[in-house]
Design a protein around this ligand. Structure first.
Ligand SMILES: [Zn+2]
Length: 248
């Protein structure tokens, strides 16, 4: 079994070990280490070295976001576990990248965030709004991918309904409940994988609200399909609880 060599402390003063000469099998015997330590031992140590005296102003948000439903990554700046949305930052000097949570980009205000005109965003609230919007754009794109598959692989008469739904989404930032039900049922019938929580339900007018109310009252199976698309505020409004798993 290899031996651990004590290394430097990270920003929080916790001791980090170098992985020189340590076999993965040996590392797993150290079950009492937190998962983030084991992760860093098994991964290249370049990430660890970056935490020593990191100069945040050398780093910028690349615009790349990745959805990680498994939540098995840690933020490489603050070690927070269970990262769902991975934001990538890059060191302009050496092109090294780190995966971090959006809250760290907001918290470490020297990390550069550019707006669409390549201007640096300084204000904390504006940085948050920008990152939130980037995530929304990314989720929108993730939601459209399965619909494109449905458009290509589904029956030809689906196409008009799909286009109608997407046009409505672009105008209202949400789907009508009946549109969404149609899309979900057809995707399920063709085994197209989709994440219901990426498809917001529009309830901004009387007609949309009445549609959903009818589903709640008369079609429990449809409600199960739609449940994960409803926000917690929408569920609360209609007293909907525990119908199915919440993936928020
Ligand atoms: Zn963090």
């Amino acid at each position: 079994m290899g031996s651990f060599k004590q290394g430097a402390c990270n920003r929080k003063g916790r001791v980090i070990f170098s992985a020189t000469g340590v076999e993965p099998a040996a590392i797993y015997q150290y079950q009492w280490f937190p998962r983030w330590v084991i992760s860093k031992l098994l991964n290249p140590c370049k990430k660890v070295s970056n935490q020593k005296g990191i100069k945040y102003s050398d780093w910028c948000f690349t615009g790349k976001i990745t959805d990680n439903p498994k939540k098995d990554k840690i933020c490489e700046l603050c070690d927070k576990e269970g990262l769902r949305w991975e934001f990538e930052i890059k060191n302009d000097n050496n092109s090294e990248t780190l995966i971090v949570g959006s809250s760290c980009i907001i918290k470490f205000s020297e990390i550069i965030v550019y707006d669409e005109h390549k201007n640096k965003i300084i204000d904390k609230n504006q940085r948050k709004a920008h990152l939130d919007n980037e995530r929304k754009v990314y989720i929108r794109e993730l939601s459209l991918k399965p619909l494109r598959i449905l458009y290509i692989t589904g029956k030809k008469h689906y196409r008009h309904r799909i286009k109608q739904s997407v046009d409505f989404l672009k105008e209202k930032n949400g789907f009508r409940s009946d549109h969404l039900l149609f899309l979900f049922k057809k995707m399920e019938s063709l085994n197209i994988v989709y994440e219901p929580s990426f498809y917001p339900v529009y309830l901004g007018d009387e007609e949309s609200r009445t549609q959903l109310e009818k589903i709640i009252l008369f079609d429990k199976n449809a409600l199960v399909l739609l449940f994960n698309s409803l926000t917690s505020a929408q569920r609360k409004r209609y007293n909907l609880f525990n119908t199915t798993q919440n993936n928020d």
